[in-house]
Design a binder for this molecule. Sequence first.
Ligand SMILES: Cc1cc2nc3c(=O)[nH]c(=O)nc-3n(C[C@H](O)[C@H](O)[C@H](O)COP(=O)(O)OP(=O)(O)OC[C@H]3O[C@@H](n4cnc5c(N)ncnc54)[C@H](O)[C@@H]3O)c2cc1C
Length: 331
Amino acid sequence: MSDYSGFWVFVEQIDGKISDVGLELLSKAKHLAEEKNTYTAGILIGDFSEDEAGKLFLHGADKVFLFSHEKLKNYYSLAYSKLITSLVKREKPEALFMGATPLGADLAPRVAAQLETGLSAHCVDLRLGEDGILEQIVPGFGGTMMAIIVCPEKRPQMATVMPGVFKKEEFGKNKGEVVKEVVNLSDEDFVPRIVEHRVKEMKTVPLEGANVVVCGGYGMGSKENWQMLEELARILGGAVGATRPAVDEGWAPEDVMIGQSGKIVRPKLYIGAGISGVMHHVVGIQDSDIIVVINKDPNAPFFEVCDFGIVGDVTKVLPVLIEKLKERLTQ
Ligand SMILES: Cc1cc2nc3c(=O)[nH]c(=O)nc-3n(C[C@H](O)[C@H](O)[C@H](O)COP(=O)(O)OP(=O)(O)OC[C@H]3O[C@@H](n4cnc5c(N)ncnc54)[C@H](O)[C@@H]3O)c2cc1C
């Protein structure tokens, strides 16, 4: 175990643009490394110059391991996992983090399996325990409690974290070491190949970055009732989010699901209607400035985390709220 040191991050890129989640994880890794008196490193794979790789220093990397080749511009499961696995075997970091993104969800288990180590998916926090061992925090038991996961016998410990869980920080540092790695791959490592990469265009205000988020849960009851949320969001210039059961019911698309396995939001105002408030959802909204909850059950756990709570039926409360806000806006 003592051979392993350093907190590492695989920094994902899409179309040559470095994703924020990698920089958020590097920022977190920097704090963990300082606490443990060790170093941080980023793994960057793509078609990048050493100068571009050096941009990771600002966000907390002490070292960057760069695999640069034009064939690596797009993500290839086999090629990327092979490069990371051999590098990690050689360098022995104590922890390796990746984004809980579609790419990370494909790559992280492959790497973990090849390294024969554990992987904690969708962590909502990473911290050091009293013994200095990394603790990976994941909501468990239906979201009613937080599970602390440690990997006592295998290194590196691996974790994936959703975009937005940690803040991207700048440390005012522009020096470090870029280690240019040799790309040793064969044609077989580039199957399956990506045929096309499409970016979905959003017609509504995107959840990320919205100042107001109106979110509905299973208690909304129907697709017709859901329209009240869309109207409320329109009036407030905000975005609509959903819990998993609301998505499962088909009232909202999956890409607006908020929570541990959905998006993380930090709006100025969050309004949650017909939502019970288990940890799986709460972790996605808890950093909102003001949290308003509407639920007909006065004992709903969501009332414990809100700033303002309205005990009432959404079908009665929402129409009044919409009407009053419309009146205000036309005054
Ligand atoms: C590994 C894992 C990951 C998960 N990830 C996520 C995630 O990212 N996001 C997520 O949301 N969930 C996630 N879940 C699911 C999560 O555990 C909960 O099941 C879910 O968040 C509950 O959604 P809900 O509050 O809409 O529904 P419910 O728990 O069914 O709550 C509905 C609430 O509506 C209230 N209500 C009912 N009718 C009315 C009415 N007419 N007026 C007012 N209030 C009413 C009820 O009192 C109740 O409190 C995950 C689960 C697992 C196991």
